[in-house]
Design a protein around this ligand. Structure first.
Ligand code: AMP
Length: 401
C-alpha cells in the first residue's frame, strides 16, 4: 500500500511517497518550489533516478500535477496510476482546539483549518490550498490531516491559559496551543526506544531547534508544557522571531517608532530573533563562523539564544519534577554541537552532564551524548515528521477498512 505525504507551504510543496509492506519505507521524495513566481522548480528523487526542471507553475493544483507527473514517470516514477496512492497525509500547522488527533479531512476539518488561519496566516491557507488541490489530483485517496498543534492538546489548563480577562479565551479561544507537535512526539517516542524504557515512565524535555524553535515537556508520552503559544511567536529566540518579550514592547514600539500594529507584528516575526540581535543572519551556521572569527554581535546573539533554551529547560524540569532525558532535534538541535554545549553548560547541578566527545558525533555514539555519570540522559535525534504523517495516514486507512 502506498501513501503520499504532503507539506504545502505558501510557495512550495514538499512530498514523499511511502510504501507499507509490513514495515514502512520511503520510495521517493521531492519538492516543487517557487509556486506563483516567474520560474518555478520541480525536483524529484526516486529509486531509479532523479528528475529536475524549471517551468512556470501558477498554483498548488498545477504544482501537484507536476508531482503526479514525476511519480508516474515511465522511467523514474514509482506508480503507474494516481489511484495507486491510497492515502494522502497532509501536514497542517494550526488546528486550534478543534482537533487533538490526526483526522480524515472532511468539510468540518477544512472549516477548522480556515477558522484558525488568522493565528497561522503564513501556514494554514497554504495547507488548505494543498489539501483542496490534492483532493482533485488524487480523488480516490483518503485524505488525512496531521496537525502541529494536536500533540499539545493534553496541556493542562494552568499551562494553556494566559492571565488576561477570561472572556477573551471564551470569545476568541485565546490560549496557548503549541506547535511542532509532530516532531516533539516523534523524538520523545524514539528517545524511549533508544533508552530501552517505556515511554509511559519517562519525563522528557524535547528541544526542537530549527529556524522555528520550541521546547516541550513530555510526561508519560503526553505534552504537559510547551514554549510556543497562541502563535509560533512565543517562547525561544528563533531565526527571525523574538520569542518571549515584555508585551509592553509592542506598545512602546508603536508609540516611539510610529509603527502600526501590523508593522510591529511583522518586525517581531521577521526581523527579530538571531537576525535582529546580530544584524547579520538568522542562520546559526553563519553566526557560528562569525563568532569564531571574533564577531561580538554574532556571539551575543548566540549567547541570548542559548540562555533562553537553558532557562526553559530549568523551568520544564520543575514542571516535570525532574527529567529522565533531554532530546535535541531539528536543524540547529541536530547539527550544532556548539549550541548544545552552550545550552547545557553549567547544568551539572541539575544532573545534566554532556560528554563533549560524544556531542561532536552523536550518530557514532548511538545518539546519546551525555556522560555515563549524567543522571539526565541527553540525546540527539533526527526528526522525521513525514514518517509520522505516513504512519498516521496508514493507520486511518486501515481503520477505515
Ligand atoms: P530547520 O528549520 O529544522 O530546517 O533548521 C534550519 C536551521 O538549522 C538553519 O537556519 C540553520 O540555522 C540551522 N542549521 C542547519 N545546519 C546546521 C549546522 N550544520 N550547524 C548549525 N546550524 C545548522
Amino acid at each position: 500500500m502506498k501513501v503520499l505525504v504532503l507539506n504545502s507551504g505558501s510557495s512550495s510543496i514538499k512530498f514523499r511517497v511511502y510504501e507499507a509492506q509490513g514495515e514502512i519505507r520511503e520510495l521517493a521524495r521531492g519538492i516543487v518550489e517557487r509556486i506563483g513566481e516567474e520560474i518555478s522548480r520541480v525536483r524529484y528523487r526516486g529509486p531509479r533516478g532523479e528528475i529536475e526542471y524549471e517551468t512556470r507553475i501558477a498554483s498548488h493544483e498545477e504544482g501537484l500535477g507536476h508531482v503526479l507527473k514525476a511519480l508516474t514517470d515511465p522511467e523514474k516514477g514509482v506508480i503507474s496510476d494516481p489511484s495507486e496512492i491510497r492515502g494522502v497525509g497532509h501536514r497542517v500547522v494550526h488546528g486550534g482546539d478543534a482537533v487533538s488527533q490526526p483526522v480524515v479531512v472532511d468539510e468540518e476539518v477544512e472549516a477548522a483549518i480556515e477558522r484558525f488561519a488568522v493565528m497561522a496566516p503564513l501556514h494554514n491557507p497554504a495547507n488548505l490550498a494543498g489539501i483542496r488541490a490534492a483532493k482533485k489530483v488524487f480523488p480516490d485517496a483518503l485524505h488525512v490531516a496531521v496537525f502541529d498543534t494536536a500533540f499539545h492538546q493534553t496541556l493542562p489548563e494552568e499551562a494553556y491559559l494566559y492571565a488576561i480577562p477570561y472572556e477573551y479565551y471564551e470569545k476568541y479561544r485565546v490560549r496557548r496551543y503549541g506547535f511542532h507537535g509532530i516532531s516533539h512526539m516523534y523524538v520523545a517516542e524514539r528517545a524511549a526506544e533508544i533508552l530501552g524504557r517505556p515511554l509511559e515512565e519517562l519525563r522528557i524535555i524535547t528541544c526542537h531547534l530549527g529556524n522555528g524553535a520550541s521546547l516541550a515537556a513530555v510526561k508519560g508520552g503526553r505534552s504537559v508544557e510547551t514554549s510556543m503559544g497562541l502563535t509560533p511567536l512565543e517562547g525561544l529566540v528563533m531565526g527571525t522571531r523574538s520569542g518571549d518579550i515584555d508585551p509592553s514592547i509592542f506598545y512602546f514600539l508603536m508609540k516611539w517608532e510610529g509603527l502600526s500594529a501590523d508593522e510591529v507584528y511583522t518586525l517581531l516575526n521577521k526581523r527579530s530573533g538571531l537576525l535582529g540581535l546580530s544584524g547579520i543572519s538568522n542562520d546559526v551556521r553563519v553566526l557560528t563562523e562569525r563568532m569564531e572569527a571574533g564577531d561580538e554581535a554574532a556571539a551575543r546573539a548566540l549567547r541570548v539564544y542559548a540562555h533562553r533554551v537553558k532557562k526553559y529547560i530549568g523551568a520544564y524540569m520543575a514542571v516535570l519534577g525532574g527529567a529522565d532525558a533531554i532530546v535535541f532535534t531539528a536543524g540547529v538541535g541536530e547539527n550544532s554541537a556548539l549550541m548544545r554545549s552552550m545550552i547545557l553548560e553549567g547544568l551539572e547541578g541539575l544532573g545534566i552532564v554532556l560528554d563533549e566527545e560524544k556531542n561532536r558525533d552523536p550518530a557514532a555514539h548511538g545518539y546519546v551524548v551525555s556522560s555515563d555519570s549524567s543522571q539526565v540522559k541527553v540525546l540527539v535525534i533526527p526528526t522525521n515528521e513525514e514518517l509520522v504523517i505516513a504512519r498516521e495516514t496508514l493507520r486511518l486507512l486501515k481503520s477505515k477498512g
